[in-house]
Design a protein around this ligand. Structure first.
Ligand code: CUA
Length: 152
C-alpha cells in the first residue's frame, strides 16, 4: 500500500513540475520570438515604401507588420496599435542616430541603427498598453524619447 502512495505522490510531483514549466512559458503579453537585421537607405526613408508612412499593416490572417521609424526624439507611429492574439513583426529603422526599441516589461528589445532594419517578431496576448522606450543614448532628448505599443 505504501508503494502505491509513493507512486501517486511522485506522479503528482511530476505533474506539478510540468505545470510550473508550462505556466512559466506563457510569460508576458508581448513576447519576442525572433530578431534579425537587413539594410535600408537612411537618407531616403521618405522614398522607401515601408517607411515613408510608418504604420501597422495586416499581412496574414493573424499576422501584422509594423513599420516603425525611430528619430530624435520619438517613434512613429505613436501609439503603435496592434491586435491581441496575433503575430506582429516590427520593422524598425532610424532616420538619424542609433536608438533602442524596448517594449517595457517584455523581452521585445532591439537596437535601431540608421541604414539597417531591425526585424523583431512578437506574439501578442491580451489588450494592454505598453510603454516603448529608447535604451541607447541618442542625444539631449534621450531620456524623454518614448512611445506606446497598444495591444487592442
Ligand atoms: Cu533614442 Cu535614446
Amino acid at each position: 500500500a505504501y508503494e502505491k502512495l509513493w507512486l501517486a505522490a511522485s506522479v503528482l510531483l511530476i505533474l506539478l513540475l510540468l505545470g510550473s514549466v508550462t505556466y512559466g512559458a506563457v510569460g508576458p503579453g508581448v513576447a519576442m520570438v525572433s530578431d534579425s537585421e537587413q539594410p535600408v537607405d537612411a537618407t531616403a526613408l521618405d522614398e522607401d515604401e515601408r517607411f515613408s508612412e510608418p504604420r501597422v499593416e495586416q499581412v496574414g490572417e493573424n499576422e501584422y507588420a509594423a513599420y516603425v521609424v525611430a528619430f530624435q526624439f520619438g517613434f512613429q507611429p505613436d501609439p503603435i496599435v496592434v491586435p491581441e492574439d496575433s503575430t506582429v513583426t516590427f520593422y524598425v529603422t532610424s532616420r538619424d542616430v542609433i536608438h533602442g526599441f524596448e517594449v517595457v516589461g517584455t523581452n521585445a528589445n532591439t537596437m535601431v541603427v540608421p541604414g539597417e532594419v531591425s526585424e523583431i517578431t512578437v506574439e501578442t496576448d491580451e489588450p494592454t498598453e505598453y510603454g516603448l522606450i529608447c535604451n541607447e543614448y541618442c542625444g539631449a532628448g534621450h531620456h524623454v524619447m518614448e512611445g506606446k505599443v497598444n495591444v487592442v
